[in-house]
Design a protein around this ligand. Structure first.
Ligand code: PLP
Length: 445
């Protein structure tokens, strides 16, 4: 372990992590001069690429005016503008925004607003949140309580709220052992059954990622799923929270992932792509009708952090949104996403360990299986996902691990490069991935 770095707690203690000296576009360069193609945008975050000067300038300009004001004392022009801009970007408008610093805080704040919405109407028993078994909504205890990610929960289960979970819309290996043609969206019916079992009078909201990210690997639900979910929520007076932390802000080829399904959520959690990694920034957004009882009641959302609505971060986020607009990155995510999916499907023709290739826009994934016919996963002790990630890393390619399979019993990687990726860079990415998968397959067979 290097002496001077010993005080920093890194993901695996004692392991060597290269230090990045700078980044440019889709590439990162470490201080030893090694170049990495960032095919995961870090943690699906750096969506406009690295080292964009406009953002640095916006940051500097705001810092020259004021970097911090406390939200209990003041508001700021960038924060006000950002809240309006985000609302305008949704198809239906009419959203309020509560700014926080991470996706975990965004989902927790959305949860709290949902609970408060019912409290303010004299219905405090509506306080439980239903989520799906295959889900990740954040690492803090409240967000983790809503998450199904087995590995990330395991150590803290006794401290977590025992929130109910329902079947995910994971058609590749359906947890309900159905086939898409004949299932009648049984996974959505599972929500209805859970609500009836628990009692709608105890449930505040249902939370779901439009396309499942870290807990499954770009799992896109079947047609009609979200319409059915929304109808069930409305029937039982349950709010629908879309966790758009990974899917939001152009990543999937729409500004919001939920636009692919034509369903309007009552609350939205945003993070990651909202500032594209240039500063910590996230938001819980709530529709007018969700806020109405609070406006007519206590007039105060009982949450907040020292850095909430930070003007510096809001200015950065506004600059990122302007950059996305100026460079047509929603369309770019659609175009390059289609090309990437096509290339990944060609890889599947060549490599037997590829079970499934899926995704939407530039949020794509590969699931690996021991046997294509039975879709049986590899034994966990083989650590196939880590083998792929580590070998790709050695080759200078960054991909992101996902817990493939319901309850984490599978192997998957997410490929989600910056939305600015060119055709040439995309071919380089696929070439490096091809090599990586070939070598790991040789090792496994
Ligand atoms: N929600 C989703 C869908 C995520 O993918 C993540 C992070 O990966 C989070 C919430 C938590 O965000 P953060 O890591 O910024 O706290």
């Amino acid at each position: 372990m290097e002496r001077e770095r010993e005080h920093l707690i890194k993901p695996v203690l004692g392991r060597h992590y290269p230090a990045i000296a700078y980044g440019k576009g889709v590439f990162l360069y470490d201080d030893a001069g090694k170049k990495y193609l960032d095919a995961s945008s870090g943690a699906v975050t750096a969506s406009i690429g690295h080292g964009v000067q406009e953002i640095a300038e916006a940051m500097q300009e705001q810092a020259g005016k004021v970097s911090f004001v406390y939200r209990s004392q003041f508001t700021s022009e960038p924060a006000e503008q950002l809240a309006k801009k985000l609302s305008d970007l949704t198809p239906g408008g009419d959203y309020w925004s509560f700014f926080v610093n991470s996706g975990s805080e965004a989902t927790e704040t959305a949860m709290k607003i949902a609970i408060q919405h019912w409290q303010e109407q004299g219905r405090p028993s509506k306080h439980r949140i239903i989520s799906r078994r295959m889900s990740y909504h954040g690492i803090t205890l409240g967000a983790l309580s809503m998450s199904g990610h087995v590995l990330r929960r395991r150590r803290f289960v006794p401290l977590l709220e025992d929130f109910p979970v329902v079947a995910p819309p994971y058609c590749y290996r359906c947890p309900l052992r159905q086939t898409p043609a004949a299932c009648g969206l049984a996974c959505a019916d599972d929500l209805d059954a859970a609500v009836k079992r628990i009692g709608a009078e105890h449930i505040a909201a249902f939370i779901a990622e439009p396309i499942i990210g870290a807990a499954g690997g770009a799992v896109v639900p079947p047609d009609g799923y979200y319409e059915k979910i929304k109808a069930i929520c409305e029937r039982h007076e349950i709010l629908f929270i879309a966790d758009e932390v990974m899917t939001g802000i152009a990543r999937t080829g729409e500004m919001f992932g939920m636009q692919h399904f034509g369903v309007e959520p009552d609350l939205i959690a945003l993070g990651k792509g909202m500032s594209a990694g240039y500063t910590p920034m996230a938001a819980a957004m709530a529709k007018d009708h969700v806020m109405a009882p609070i406006l007519q009641g206590s007039r105060s959302v009982m949450s907040g952090h020292t850095y909430s609505a930070n003007p510096q971060s809001a200015a950065v986020s506004l600059a990122v949104l302007a950059y996305i607009d100026k460079h047509g990155l929603v369309q770019a995510a659609q175009n390059q996403g289609a090309l990437l999916l096509e290339r990944l499907r060609q890889l599947a023709d060549r490599h037997v360990i590829i079970g499934d290739v899926r995704g939407e826009g530039l949020l794509t994934a590969i699931e690996f299986v021991a046997d294509r016919q039975s879709k049986h996963p590899f034994p966990p002790e083989l650590g196939v996902t880590n083998k792929i990630i580590d070998l790709a890393f050695q080759k200078g390619l960054l991909v992101y691990p996902a817990a493939g399979g319901v309850d984490g019993d599978g192997d998957a990687i997410i490929i989600a490069p910056p939305l600015t990726i060119t055709d040439e860079e995309l071919e380089l990415l696929v070439g490096l991935l091809d090599e990586t998968i070939r070598e790991v397959t040789q090792e496994l067979t």
